[in-house]
Design a protein around this ligand. Sequence first.
Ligand code: SAM
Length: 367
Amino acid sequence: MTSPGVHPATPSTERTAIVAQRVRTPAPVRARPKAEAAAIAARPFLKWAGGKTQVAGEIVARSPRRIETYFEPFLGGGAIFFALAGDADLAPKHAVLNDVNRDLVTVYEVVRDELPKLLARLEALAEPYLAAALPERTRLYYEERERVPDDRVDLAARFLFLNKTCFNGLYRVNRRGEFNVPHGKYLHPRIVDEPALRAASAMLRGVAISCSDFADALAAAKQGDFVYVDPPFEPLSKTSSFTGYTEGAFDRHEQLRLKWLIDDLTDRNVSVMLSNSPAEWLVGIYEGTRFPDAASGAWRHYTIERTPARRAINSRGDRRGAIDELLVTNYAPELARGRLESASSSSASGKASAGTPKPPRGAGKTK
Ligand SMILES: C[S@@+](CC[C@H](N)C(=O)[O-])C[C@H]1O[C@@H](n2cnc3c(N)ncnc32)[C@H](O)[C@@H]1O
């Protein structure tokens, strides 16, 4: 059964169709030409599972127009940071970037602070690899994978080399925290992406980069700031998903802990956007929450939208495909992008309707 306005990828069970009807499928919003131009120079320098490059236009279009400090606590490849920072109109005054992956954070710090040394070291790894045939490339890959880096610059170069030459750009570690992704066998891997690294280094200047849990990274967020959260995807089925960026799994308890933090940020009038998979229970917990609107005091709900995206993180090519991206915001994104929507779609978006009684502050949470 397909409902009008439901994206074709929506699974066909009765229950899912009902959920999908409540979740808007927005008309794709084009990224502004300026953002597209800037994105050429400023783009992720890493391949990252769940990276948001392909939906960056949709996300940037829904971002607040004025951002005091931008927080991205699940940084990964940083697609949205680079898209925003490269947009002359939207670039935040300050940025706080964070990831729980210590090595990934070191890479960002080295790109920001020690780029010439990093480029030289990376070139030294890339040159013999690119000149070799497959058996020798495979040997060099596993030799590098087993090697313990000498220092921070070496760690960053090794991380980038493995990222560009491993299978699918995956990051996966075993119980001992050792990187264990097999060789990728690409013909022409772009190991030294110098333009992207130079642009990133410039954009990271003055940016705070930390390695902690997402909750600690957001402690200082306040009104006027924008928090974009992109946690590991909630699996749509038991077998479907990759969530193994780090040793610990990002399970339902973690998704709930994040939800409660978003509720808390909402109470503090911080603008938040979450992206995730459109897992039914996840949609349900955001739909089931209401909170007082900061300006009017009337009850409102999270705005829940879904936008088409392709997942590329299933190791089996035949299982990759079109799965919508869920976008949840605690503000009205159509106002952010200067497009007031019709009254009919506003009821579907779950905004507080006229005549809703004013709630007491802090009341009404479904946690
Ligand atoms: C879906 S990826 C982010 C992708 C990113 N938006 C991009 O465009 O590349 C999720 C990231 O969350 C990080 N992560 C997982 N658990 C975390 C936690 N508890 N606190 C902070 N970061 C965490 C992972 O290391 C991973 O880099």
